[in-house]
Design a protein around this ligand. Structure first.
Ligand code: GLU
Length: 435
């Protein structure tokens, strides 16, 4: 039995019991955003109600034999939020703090993200409670193959297609593809996306989320009347999303003045040579120690005066406790759920131009969709084609969100959710309620 923190209350929300830790429960936040958006839509009560809950949830507890011969038991999840618009899509997260409520929230956000981008998918998410950096390569492979086997009752190329998320990599996707294929007796590249190119991965998938973030930032700068050249950019999290976004910002002649990772961060008012910084991270393992910089903490970077702030780490970074200190003009949400609903209200009052997560980081799942289509057709596209199609879809979704916000006089996040939820609700009504 897990002990609950003192401020924790158990809240009944429809059929689900939610462990509510004030403001930082991602699923409670996803529901608050949903309810805010639904208030602008004239939906049938029962239709709206049915979209608040995951369609199905799987918890798996499984043993893994460690290198020292001991057997450790791990817990994992796979949640399908909605199958209304197609197979479920969404990443798998390996992190020591993964909870079921977090996976529920991430699955729900995937439904809205896929709908907003008009991808023919519903939303899902998976997670394993583990610090992947504490495992050897062999242990990581064993854990992955066992978890893949445990969730294979839900996962398949036409039903549920996982992908990388925080703590998982193309190699891990390769093991999942191989495990599933071994059980089936023949190769199924389309069961997972974000794979290495050698086994049916797509050009541009690794960079897709970071590039998508910068397409959205470019459009936001244009809308806000800020020149990209010399615009100051701060990036929280220098992983796959943050580092690629920083590199793309550098290529757009922006001035990347601060970046952080789990070990700390660096600041230079004159901007960094981002390719040199990426080389430093490859050699040193973190941004710390990059020459000619002051150090900056993860909390300080969020309060930095800059044109563009890109939180590209985890949820709940900007809350009611620090939102009033945020000084950026554009907040580009590379991470999922970095801003709580309480913080949203404060930032909107401050006039911050928010590019909401389900739009800003949707480049990843968009190129995942391209990868899946290529795998199903066994016909592969060029890098140029991927970039062109990604840019087209990102720009059109950006314009749709900003247009909807203006039309209704609402904030960008609510506008994005209104568009996304309405599309799913219409599809649900057209399909009809079975039986
Ligand atoms: N994990 C990514 C996300 O949160 C990508 C999901 C996918 O490609 O299916 O959007």
């Amino acid at each position: 039995m897990v002990a609950l923190a003192p401020e924790t209350t158990l809240k009944k929300t429809g059929p689900l019991v939610l462990v509510e830790q004030k403001e930082t429960n991602a699923y409670a936040n996803a529901l608050a955003q949903f309810d805010k958006a639904v208030a602008h839509l004239n939906l049938n009560r029962g239709i709206a109600e049915s979209l608040r809950y995951p369609k199905r949830e799987l918890t798996v507890n499984f043993p893994v034999k460690m290198d020292n011969g001991e057997i450790n038991v791990f817990t994992g999840y796979r949640v399908h939020h909605s199958t209304v618009r197609g197979p479920t899509k969404g990443g798998i997260r390996y992190h020591q703090d993964v909870t079921l409520d977090e996976v529920r929230a991430l699955a729900m956000w995937m439904t809205w993200k896929c709908s907003l981008m008009n991808l023919p998918y519903g939303g899902a998410k998976g997670g394993v409670v583990v610090n992947p950096h504490s495992l050897s390569l062999q242990e990581l492979e064993k854990l992955t193959r066992r978890y893949a086997t445990e969730i294979s009752i839900l996962m398949n190329p036409s039903g549920d297609v996982p992908a990388p998320d925080v703590g998982t990599t193309p190699q891990i996707m390769a093991w999942i593809m191989d495990t599933y294929s071994m059980h089936e007796g023949f190769s199924h590249p389309a069961v997972v996306t974000g794979k290495p190119i050698e086994i049916g991965g797509s050009h541009g998938r690794i960079e897709a989320t970071g590039h998508g973030v910068m397409y959205a930032v470019r459009e936001a700068l244009r809308t806000a009347g800020i020149q990209p050249k010399g615009a100051t950019v701060a990036v929280q999290g220098f992983g796959n999303v943050g580092s690629v976004a920083a590199r793309a910002a550098h290529d757009m002649k922006c001035n990347v003045i601060a970046v952080t990772d789990v070990t700390g961060g660096i600041y230079n008012a004159n901007g960094f040579d981002v390719p040199a910084l990426m080389q430093h991270v490859r050699e040193a393992g973190s941004v710390a120690g990059f020459p000619g910089c002051d150090s900056i903490t993860n909390a300080e970077i969020l309060a930095l005066k800059c044109d563009v702030l890109i939180p590209a780490a985890l949820e709940n970074q900007i809350t009611s406790l620090n939102a009033d200190k945020v000084q950026c003009r554009i907040l580009a949400e590379g991470a999922n759920g970095p801003t709580t609903p309480e913080a949203d209200d404060i930032l909107n009052d401050q006039g911050v131009f928010i590019i909401p997560d389900i739009l800003c980081n949707a480049g990843g799942v968009t190129v995942s969709y391209f990868e899946w289509v290529q795998d199903l057709q066994s016909f592969f596209w060029t890098d140029e084609e991927i970039a062109r199609q990604l840019e087209r879809i990102m720009v059109s979704a950006f314009n749709a969100v900003v247009g909807e916000a203006r039309k209704r006089g609402i904030d960008h996040r609510t506008a994005a959710q209104v568009l996304a939820i309405d599309r799913v609700a219409q599809a649900l009504m057209i399909r009809g309620i079975y039986p």
